[in-house]
Design a protein around this ligand. Structure first.
Ligand code: AGP
Length: 613
């Protein structure tokens, strides 16, 4: 998820582009750049690694400033997916002759194949990005008509994109197109804009046109023309925006956390893209783990912190069940000091959204110092953990701004399932039919998550009846116990209620002494083989006066005889249910936090990435 912007008109493009990028930094902030067709008709680019401020200080130098004087340009702020953050990998990217410049948001899935083909046509590449194939493809088809060349290039691309294109050969226009990534057009007086999102241009115009997939737009100083894939002109409705810029950055949501909870269906889809494909074997982005390596593995350690640690516990259930490899999960700050028994038949998996968590990084370094292979699961390309691990599997959740991790967690689970199936595929612990069945079920998770996000009433009601409590218990058995841990952490970290997760069967060995009249209990009973056992555990607390919100799978309506209110989840393979079960838990924590007037996105005492011991 990157941010792109474009401007054509009578004003200085440079500042408008930079101001626009400032409003898009929530979409990515590891490098930025602009391309301007200057007053001499020359295409000039300025780009740099790091936050936008780095580019701004670069533009401060008068040399750069003058060279970039012009009324037309495109800009980009990056969230790296292919090629770690660097000056070379930052956008805009150009063709070899430096006559065509492109900014891109999205992922070109077939870029490697296109790159090899273009190399046979004499093209050379300077970056590690998927994007660089686009300006060269446009160049390959260019015959003095930029729109036509872009249309031909697009027909070769597989994946998702929002593109802005300028050419020194046609200095008076910007061509743009989108597929699966957002792109809007801003209509001003004698000027026009493109942008990934409304905030980027709200200070200049409130008249917006929303582009549909595969619609092309040509911006000139005379106006805006929109074309279909077949090249026909399209008339589009202009929408007048009334939101304020801050709200727009959150896409109309009140907080980044609730916005990111709603981004989970897309994040799940993106994280399965090109890895979970019906009828094709599991593809894990060229990690170096071979069949021989996998057969040699006697033990896997999963090490992480906080929410990532909870994803690791689910990973244990998944890998042991699907691939029959013993897994031990450890908190990083413990692992690195307890001298764990590791040898050349051990694989270490570290999980980290930020890729910068100090304890997890140290655990990685400890294992590597013992010659252990390390596979990292992270959300940030170019992060320390991604650079120091032997192999990396990225979660494609996009930037996660809210401190409380939500979409990173569910994409970590998806990555655990993908890895579990990959190991099972190599160890033949599952038949290809069994693997296909789980894959097909995984591909239904995004739409089932969308379904859950539509039904919030029970959660809002339960939150308004319970937010004043000081304690809460989250119970579960089997894989539900692991989800309960994550649910309890979400409630703790954003509402400051002391909530604890407990294995349903363990309660009667002591903790049940804390249950009294009115105690709040959230009971997860989603696993079919443990359902009856869990219901009897719930009866143990209801008989002592607890108020219970029960989670189960649709159809298990008899739960209503035992709990005060129930949440029903869409049916799916039991082992995949945690991805769905956690979403109403995230929502519940959010509504309770709101009711208590807490700072949802920036809870007290917490940081998004803990880079100190
Ligand atoms: C989760 O909501 C918290 N922000 C925190 O527990 C977090 O999961 C932990 O600090 C690990 O962060 P990481 O995934 O970036 O390594």
């Amino acid at each position: 998820m990157c941010g792109i912007v474009g401007y054509i008109g009578k004003q200085e493009a440079q500042q408008i582009l930079v101001n626009g990028l400032k409003k898009l930094e929530y979409r990515g902030y590891d490098s930025a750049g602009i391309a301007v067709i200057n007053e001499q008709g020359k295409m000039v680019i300025a780009k740099s690694k790091g936050r936008l401020a780095n580019l701004e200080s670069k533009l401060e130098s008068s040399l750069e400033k003058d060279a970039l004087k012009g009324n037309i340009g495109i800009g980009h702020t990056r969230w790296a997916t292919h090629g770690e953050p660097s000056d070379l990998n930052s956008h805009p990217h150009t063709n070899q002759k430096n006559t065509i410049s492109v900014v891109h948001n999205g992922i070109i899935e077939n870029y490697l194949r296109l790159r090899e083909w273009l190399i046979t046509k004499g093209y050379k590449f300077y970056s590690e990005t998927d994007t660089e194939v686009i300006p060269n493809l446009i160049d390959y088809y260019y015959e003095n008509d930029l729109l036509d060349a872009v249309m031909k290039a697009i027909s070769k691309l597989e994946g998702s994109y929002a593109l802005g294109v300028v050419s020194a050969k046609e200095p008076g226009k910007i061509v743009a197109v989108r597929k699966d990534c957002p792109l809007i057009v801003g209509i001003g007086k004698d000027e026009a804009f493109i942008a990934s999102d409304v905030p980027a241009i709200l200070n200049y115009t409130r008249d917006i046109v929303y582009l549909e997939n595969k619609e092309f737009v040509v911006l000139t100083s005379n106006g805006v023309d929109i074309f279909s894939l077949e090249g026909e002109k399209i008339e589009k409705e202009i929408c007048h925006i009334t939101w304020n810029a801050d709200a727009a950055e959150k896409a109309g949501f009140e907080h980044f956390m609730i916005k990111e909870i709603h981004e989970q269906p897309k994040a799940l889809r993106d994280t399965m893209t090109s890895r979970i494909v019906p009828g094709k074997s599991i593809n894990l982005d060229n990690i170096s783990l071979t069949k021989e390596d996998i057969e040699k593995i006697e033990k896997i350690y999963i090490v992480a912190c906080g929410t990532a640690y909870h994803a690791g516990i689910i990973g244990k259930y998944v890998i042991e069940k699907l691939a029959r490899i013993p897994v031990e999960v450890d908190i990083a700050s413990e692992f690195r000091y307890r001298d764990p028994i590791i040898n050349d038949r051990t694989l270490l998996i570290v999980i980290s959204q930020s890729g910068e968590t100090a304890d997890t990084l140290a655990a990685l370094r400890h294992a590597k110092s013992k010659g252990i292979k390390v596979l990292a699961i992270t959300n940030v390309v170019g992060s320390s953990i991604s650079r120091e691990a032997d192999d990396v599997l990225y979660t494609w959740a996009g930037p996660e701004i809210a401190v409380a991790s939500t979409k990173a967690y569910t994409t970590q689970l998806i990555t655990m399932y993908t890895l579990g199936l990959f190991l099972a595929q190599n160890k033949n612990t599952l038949t290809s039919e069994e693997i296909e069945a789980i894959k097909n079920d995984m591909l239904t998770l995004p739409e089932k998550a969308e379904e859950i996000l539509k039904n919030k009433e029970v959660l809002q009601k339960f939150a308004s009846n319970t937010y004043m409590h000081k304690d809460m218990f989250v119970l579960g058995r089997g894989i539900d116990y692991a989800v309960a841990m994550e649910g309890a952490l979400k409630i703790k970290e954003i509402s400051y209620i002391h909530s604890e997760a407990y294995a349903g069967g363990e309660l009667k060995h002591g903790t049940i002494a804390l249950i009294e009249e009115g105690t709040i209990v959230i009971a997860l009973a989603t696993q079919s083989d443990l359902y009856e056992k869990m219901i009897s555990n719930v009866r143990e607390v209801t008989t002592r006066g607890a108020k219970v919100l029960g989670f189960t799978v649709e159809g298990n309506t008899n739960i209503e005889k035992t709990v005060d209110s129930a949440i029903y989840l869409p049916k799916v393979n039991d082992i995949l249910l945690p991805v769905l079960t956690v979403i109403p838990l995230q929502l519940l924590a959010y509504y309770i936090s709101i009711q208590r007037g807490c700072d949802v996105d920036k809870p007290r005492n917490l940081a998004k990435s803990v880079t100190v011991e």
